[in-house]
Unconditional design. Structure first.
Length: 79
């Protein structure tokens, strides 16, 4: 877990590419930021290793608190 809470790790095989758009790489050295086209949920693509968390280069990360069901209900609420 990083300083900003838990993240779910997944690879490109589990990413529905047409749902996401890359927002920026220029302002972030460690990751590329993607946003979902429908709900503006943030997803990270790790570019380089970091010391503060076990994020792996080439993997995608999303907060479990940002994941919702089709009904719009959150899968898990922040504590």
């Amino acid at each position: 877990m990083g300083e900003r809470g838990p993240y779910i790790e997944f690879d490109e095989e589990h990413l529905c590419a047409e749902v996401w758009q890359e927002v920026t790489r220029a302002s972030h050295f460690y990751y590329a930021e993607l946003r979902s086209r429908l709900s503006d949920v943030k997803c990270y693509f790790q570019l380089v290793p970091v010391e503060y968390a076990d994020y792996r280069v080439g993997m995608f990360y999303i907060s479990p608190f940002d994941i919702c069901l089709e009904s719009g209900d959150r899968v898990i609420d922040p504590l």
